[in-house]
Design a protein around this ligand. Structure first.
Ligand SMILES: *[C@@H]1O[C@H](CO)[C@@H](O)[C@H](O)[C@H]1NC(C)=O
Ligand SMILES: *[C@@H]1O[C@H](CO)[C@@H](O)[C@H](O)[C@H]1NC(C)=O
Length: 496
């Protein structure tokens, strides 16, 4: 085993959290289909993916990186010399013929989110795949593949880069090949692992930023106390007031999950409407989710005036040559959304008003600014933390400070990065990606509800909602979240 480097601050936070079972994995799931094959048995899917994954391992260093000493304050990253690809691949039998692809995706994601990766034993990722039933011979052969990975080494957008690599690798496989062995030697000349975030961005922190409230999350207690930071606002919904008890040692906290999609035409209309109002999709989604959540709470007798939203951002714009590098390069901003709509519990939401669009525009601007600067990122404060395990447990045993997180990893474009010198005929794809779904584990240190968003060029917009059961403070959690997502989908489908 070859030590690559010690883990950076943000990586250490993730490793501590994952090692204690307080966060599982990030999952990006893509649906692949082809008219070039008539059947896809579990066996042929296994050998097809085994050869494609070997190709990916030679291109993406994260896939052969393992995390050593995860239970200490000095974890290290190392490259394994060889790996058994079969240990990273779970193939499930085709579901019953009448199972919808939505249900199959939901079930696969639910499985992936509730299985822990064993840090240190092998590189921290796993691919869950399942062929889907086809109803007639004219339908393309289809499978879904959910890439589940440690957040320490890769963020949400990295999942899209993985699927681009997988899709390229599938193009290069000439149909299924025999399953050739348990141990794959990782070539010694693979590209180097991406550097840690804090070693590639020179963060700048201003005093005015440090004095802002809402920084509690990243401030060690001694610093927060010294600065007099006090964040609790009673008008903000933050789920249950006492978090559920932590999982027993060695176990992973459970993740519950709902999944819904907006049609491609609904998405197109929504994007056009956003453009007319000078906002972008994530800004609008924040408002739409906040309205739906506010209404679902009101229907249960909880009347809150505000929601505090966490929006992760991608810092790759501040890092040269990192545009499609698999790494963990996030930061986040927080925004207040007022949801005091004056509606009574039983009333339906009406069309978005001018204030809603003002909020959507404001969030759009904040996201644009924050992802284009190395100044004032809360994540830069992690360097003041001396003991990450203590920090993480402290966060996981104090109430949440925000209401929900909305994490949009954007649009998957299968052809992006394709060799443009190829002729149009050569670019014709054997495999087409038709759905891309993003999901992540419940977060014991985080907000009660995560809304995870992704889409594929020319395809639908996918939402998953994930949470730690017991965190939402309502009796019918699953129905509650289903109601919220259904309402979000309705608002977007009816967008004019
Ligand atoms: C990003 O920042 C640079 C200068 O710091 C500026 O020139 C550029 O216009 C900004 N881009 C966006 C999209 O805000
Ligand atoms: C988990 O929650 C904490 C606190 O809000 C946040 O800083 C962190 O980014 C969250 N992790 C993920 C993966 O969302």
């Amino acid at each position: 085993m070859e030590i690559i480097r010690s883990a950076g601050f943000n990586e250490r936070r993730c490793i501590a959290r994952e090692h204690m079972g307080l966060y599982g994995t990030v999952v990006t799931c893509a649906t692949y289909s082809t008219l070039g094959l008539s059947v896809l048995s579990s066996g042929s899917l296994r050998s097809l993916l085994t050869s494609a994954l070997k190709q990916c391992i030679t291109e993406q260093p994260m896939l052969s990186t393992t995390i050593l000493d995860a239970g200490t304050e000095a974890p290290k990253l190392a490259k394994v010399p060889a790996m058994a690809v079969t240990e990273h691949l779970s193939i499930f039998d085709m579901p019953a013929a009448d199972t919808s692809s939505e249900l199959a995706i939901r079930n696969l994601l639910h499985k992936a989110q509730n299985e822990q990766l064993e840090l240190g034993k092998r590189p921290a990722w796993r691919l869950y795949a399942q062929a889907l039933p086809i109803k007639s011979a004219a339908e393309p052969a289809t499978f879904i593949a959910a890439f589940s990975y440690s957040h320490a080494l890769a963020d949400g957008p990295s999942g899209l880069f993985f699927h681009r690599a997988l899709s390229d690798a599938l193009e290069k496989c000439d149909g299924p090949t025999p399953d050739d062995g348990e141990s794959f030697t990782v070539p010694s000349n693979i590209p180097p692992l991406a550097p840690a975030l804090d070693r590639t961005v020179s963060f700048v922190i201003s005093w005015s930023f440090l004095l802002r409230p809402l920084l509690n999350e990243f401030l060690p207690t001694w610093l927060a106390t010294r600065l007099g930071v006090d964040t609790k606002d009673a008008a903000v919904w933050t789920g249950i007031s006492v978090r559920p008890s932590l999982p027993d040692s060695g176990n992973l906290l459970p993740t519950e999950l709902c999944f819904r999609q907006v049609s491609h035409s609904g998405l197109q209309r929504t994007v056009q409407t956003c453009r007319k109002h000078g906002a972008r999709l994530t800004g609008l989604l924040t408002v739409v989710v906040a309205r739906s959540l506010g209404q679902a709470l009101r229907a249960r007798g909880h009347d809150y005036g505000k929601l505090l939203v966490t929006l992760p951002i991608n810092l790759r714009r501040c890092i040269s040559d990192s545009q499609s590098v698999i790494a963990n390069y996030p930061s986040a901003i927080e925004e207040i959304v007022t949801i005091n709509s004056g509606l009574r519990a039983e009333e339906r939401l009406v069309a978005l008003g001018e204030e809603d669009w003002t909020t959507a525009r404001h969030i759009t601007e904040s996201l644009g600014k924050a992802s284009n600067t190395s100044q004032d990122h809360p994540i830069a404060l992690l360097k003041y933390i001396s003991n990450f395990r203590e920090f993480v447990v402290h966060r996981a045993t104090t109430p949440a400070e925000a209401s929900f997180e909305i994490s949009n990893i954007g649009v998957f474009d299968q052809a992006a990065g394709a060799d443009t010198s190829s002729t149009a005929e050569q670019l014709k794809q054997f495999w087409t990606v038709t759905d891309v779904v993003f999901s992540q584990s419940a977060n014991a240190t985080g907000v009660p509800l995560n809304i995870n968003v992704a889409s594929v060029l020319k395809g639908p917009l996918s939402f998953t909602a994930t949470w730690w059961p017991g965190m939402l403070g309502v009796e019918d959690e699953k129905r509650f979240v289903e109601e919220v997502l259904a309402d979000v989908v309705d608002q977007l489908e009816q967008m004019e």
